[in-house]
Design a binder for this molecule. Structure first.
Ligand SMILES: Nc1nc2c(c(=O)[nH]1)N[C@H]1C(S)=C(S)[C@@H](COP(=O)(O)OP(=O)(O)OC[C@H]3O[C@@H](n4cnc5c(N)ncnc54)[C@H](O)[C@@H]3O)O[C@H]1N2
Ligand code: MOO
Length: 409
């Protein structure tokens, strides 16, 4: 029996981006103090140089570097001290040949000087004269105008996730507010007559809800606002009503369970009955996670994730997180991983991109990755893991001792 028209992960992601290429997530202007972790909805250009005056990076004497050529303890260069620069004040002296001015760290370097000698390498002879016992090269111990940021430079790009250091870049160029994407809104629905609330006693045949909890947590970790988290019975009208309501005020709706081909697997039918274009992928060559649904209803994204808890989490990572990044113009290509050596052979599912959970342990200087075994219906399979290894669909497996990329989860 042919179940689905299965797509590769690559094809399915391509379709996803095609269907949502024109998705317009709302934006908002935000104080930079609050913008940590938010995604820029516009490029940021600097209209100033940072620094906008030449600054010393040490406490010392601003000099013309040539005047220190060949200076040593036995043969110092003697310079005439013509003044002192104060923090926060312009340097109002101009240095000429054999002259110097004291400058504190961060102070403005006077015109004429091209470098600074650290105070440790000088000796005060009297109020007006110092000896320098080490040469400096041009621009030594200083930051030039625009060395940090140049006027007109694009400092941060659309789609960039703001970290504390980026907030510092914004403050340094006098930007107090930035345009960011509003946090995508997401609703998590889980279907199943057998699912009971964790507070309840699960009778024979029943199980406590896992998926609305794991998927809600993943949605929040991915920078979304969770608007609803609900379990519904495997009943067409109930799912229809809830999905319809969720589509009104969410960018993304997730339905876990009911995506396979059992008699009660109604997710695809419900999605298609609500609106066009409906389901555009049903079945992906991925393990775990084959019975995955990607859909669009009017302009909103609907994902049908497998009911098995591990499968649902993996499919969230591979497709939902991907779309969340994509609609915010975030980088979807860079992936952080830990390089590790595999401690035993692993086999992959023929023709499917396989996600193998692993633990990580450091032995001497080498990370070792060991497979965690279990079924996709067992939540500890992923809870015991530190990460996963992705094995391409055309690869039959990986041998013990091979170097692998472990993607943290
Ligand atoms: N004849 C076939 N049967 C199945 C196939 C197949 O290809 N042919 N695929 C299997 C795979 S793989 C998966 S994954 C599941 C996916 O099934 P559904 O997406 O339709 O999900 P359900 O049947 O509703 O649930 C599967 C499993 O997960 C449990 N579940 C559901 N929701 C929750 C929740 N909120 N918390 C914890 N556990 C949950 C549910 O009780 C089921 O045990 O289909 C296979 N079958
Ligand atoms: O694909 Mo199912 O998701 O193997 O457990």
């Amino acid at each position: 029996m042919k179940m689905f028209n299965v797509h590769s992960v690559k094809e399915a992601r391509k379709k996803l981006t095609e269907y949502f290429s024109d998705y317009k997530l709302e934006t908002e202007t935000m104080d930079i103090v609050k913008a940590q972790g938010r995604i820029l909805a516009d490029d940021v250009l600097s209209n100033v140089n940072v620094p906008h005056f030449r600054r010393s990076t040490v406490d010392g004497y601003a000099v013309i570097s040539k005047d220190t050529n060949g200076a040593s303890e036995s043969l110092p260069a003697f310079l005439n001290v013509i003044g002192e620069v104060h923090m926060g004040m312009p340097a109002n002296k101009i240095i000429s040949h054999d002259e110097t001015v004291y400058v504190p760290t961060g102070g403005m370097i006077p015109d004429g000087a091209d470098s600074v000698v650290m105070v440790e390498y000088t000796e005060k002879l009297d109020e007006d004269n110092i000896a320098i016992n080490r040469p400096v090269y041009p621009k030594e111990n200083m930051i030039d105008i625009g060395d940090d940021i140049k006027e007109g430079e694009k400092v941060l790009k659309t789609g960039f996730k703001l970290r504390p250091q980026d907030i510092g870049v914004l403050s340094s160029i006098g930007i107090e507010k930035v345009l960011v994407y509003k946090l995508p809104t997401i609703a998590v629905i889980s279907t199943g007559d057998e699912i009971v609330d964790p507070s309840k006693n699960a009778k024979a045949g029943q199980i406590r809800d896992i998926n609305t909890y794991t998927l809600s947590a993943m949605a929040e970790e991915a920078g979304c606002i969770l608007t609803k988290k609900v379990v519904v019975e495997d009943e067409f009208q109930r799912l229809y009503d809830i999905l319809k309501e969720c589509l009104k005020n969410n960018d993304i709706v997730i339905i876990s369970g009911g995506s396979s081909v059992g008699t009660k697997d109604i997710t695809g039918k419900v999605i298609n009955s609500i609106g066009e274009p409906g389901v555009f992928v049903h079945g992906v060559a991925i393990k775990p996670g084959k019975p995955t649904i990607l859909a669009k209803v009017k302009d909103k994204a609907v994902f049908g994730l497998p009911g098995q808890p591990v499968s649902a989490m993996i499919v969230f990572k591979v497709f939902v997180e991907y779309l969340i990044k994509y609609i915010q113009r975030q980088d979807t290509k860079t992936e952080y991983y830990i390089e590790a050596e595999l401690t035993s052979n692993i086999h992959s599912a023929q023709g499917k991109e396989t996600y193998q959970m692993v633990t990580l342990e450091k032995e001497e200087r080498q990370w070792k990755a060991s497979p965690v075994y279990g079924k996709s219906g067992m939540i500890t399979l992923i809870s015991k893991a530190k990460g996963f290894i992705r094995i391409d669909a055309d690869n039959e497996g990986i041998e013990k001792g091979e170097k692998v990329k472990v993607i943290p989860i």
